[in-house]
Design a protein around this ligand. Structure first.
Ligand SMILES: *Cc1c(COP(=O)(O)O)cnc(C)c1O
Length: 364
């Protein structure tokens, strides 16, 4: 019995019939890019998240890049974010020539520390990108207040948090913009690349719509624009996937509960959900000082684990050569050596979870 870290295939297979018929509909539509399906998805997703607008783009990294561009952030501006995230968060900042400023994370939740953000704000700071890591919310309300008082923009990277909540609000509906990746392993996954941007601001939505297609208004390029279009097949697939997102998220939450209740090893620290929030457990990440031993033991038993993320971004090769503004990142650096992502996906079986817990509780 092999247990993968995640399995987009099992998820897709459950909806295979509906997906195949959706694809077939697209084939017969004679419209393959930014057509009816993309518009339907944008409308459904904005309703789901609770924003006035949603804009489909090519991937999650582009979602962030286009949001930064639409907000008018330029070369030389500073954008505060974390080093403990997927590289796409940071390379979106690089793509527009702005300067990422890395700050440390909260010890308990591993998301951006508002206290550190406050200290890092300068006259050049134009935006903050808060990453809702592993499906758990960043301290987004505190960040929103801080951003309002300093007149800087707040971007939510919700690529791991489709359907997660802070209080009664879905993540991606709180900042100026929400950015989602629909990479196949994400909670809402396509069968290829896709991304979605959410916002309540009409001007911003309209600018992003132009930016994703050559800066066009009626095929006249009003400004520099990328090609970051969403294709109809991915949009149609995502419509099917969106229908089962809530159910799948609940299954992930159940898996997390099982781990919480059944991992009993003093050497393992379990993840904590921010008080008053709903995590959708994109990942289930434990912390331990005996990481290698655990990974090895699970591997011997055909269980795949992951590390998200093993090298903090400021320590990666690219940043040895750049002028990224690096603060004290003690917690980031420390936990990168302690974290392990355990298998989690809606289709994982009780027997498999029991086996993983047994192994974790009986390390010899
Ligand atoms: C996946 C992910 C991205 C990048 O999304 P792509 O679709 O791969 O470009 C950005 N940020 C976070 C937090 C992610 O998990």
């Amino acid at each position: 019995m092999k247990i993968p870290l995640t399995s987009p295939k099992l998820n897709i297979k459950k909806n295979q019939k509906d997906i195949l018929s959706a694809i077939s509909k697209v084939i017969n539509s004679d419209s393959y890019i930014l057509g009816k399906e993309a518009r339907k998805l944008e409308s459904k997703f904005s309703k789901y998240i609770g924003t006035n607008y949603a804009i489909g783009v090519a991937n999650g990294t582009d979602a962030i890049e286009l949001s930064l561009r639409a907000l008018g952030i330029k070369a030389g501006d500073e954008v505060i974010t974390v080093s403990h995230t997927a590289i796409g968060t940071v390379f979106a900042i690089e793509a527009i020539g702005a300067k990422p400023v890395f700050v440390d994370i909260e010890k308990i939740y591993y998301t951006i520390d508002p206290m550190q953000v406050k200290k890092a704000i300068t006259r050049k700071t134009k935006a903050i990108i808060a990453v809702h890591l592993y499906g758990n919310s960043a301290d987004i309300l505190k960040l929103k207040k801080l951003c309002s008082s300093k007149k800087i923009y707040l971007i939510e990277d919700a690529s791991q948090a489709h359907g997660a909540m802070f209080g009664k609000k879905k993540l991606g509906s709180i900042g100026d913009v929400g950015c989602f990746s629909c990479y196949p392993t994400k909670n809402l996954g396509a069968i290829g690349d896709a991304g979605i941007i959410t916002t309540n601001k009409k001007n911003l939505a309209s600018k992003i719509k132009k930016l994703r297609e050559y800066g066009w208004k009626n095929r006249n390029s009003l400004f520099y624009g990328r090609n970051s279009r969403l294709d109809e097949i991915q949009a149609a697939i995502l419509m099917v996937q969106l229908k089962s997102l809530e159910k799948d998220n609940l299954k992930r939450i159940k898996v997390a509960k099982f781990y919480n209740n059944n991992i009993k090893n003093p050497k393992i620290i379990l993840p904590k959900t921010r008080v008053g929030c709903k995590s959708v457990f994109h990942l289930y990440v434990i912390k331990t000082n005996i990481r290698n031993k655990i990974i090895k033991k699970l591997k011997q038993n055909n269980i795949t684990t992951g590390i998200h993320y093993p090298i903090p971004i400021h320590k990666q090769g690219f940043y040895k050569k750049t002028k990224a503004n690096i603060k004290n990142l003690e917690i980031t650096e420390k936990i990168s050596k302690q974290i392990i992502s355990l298998p989690i996906y809606p289709e994982i079986k009780l027997e498999q979870l029991k086996k993983i817990c047994y192994l974790l509780n009986n390390l010899t």
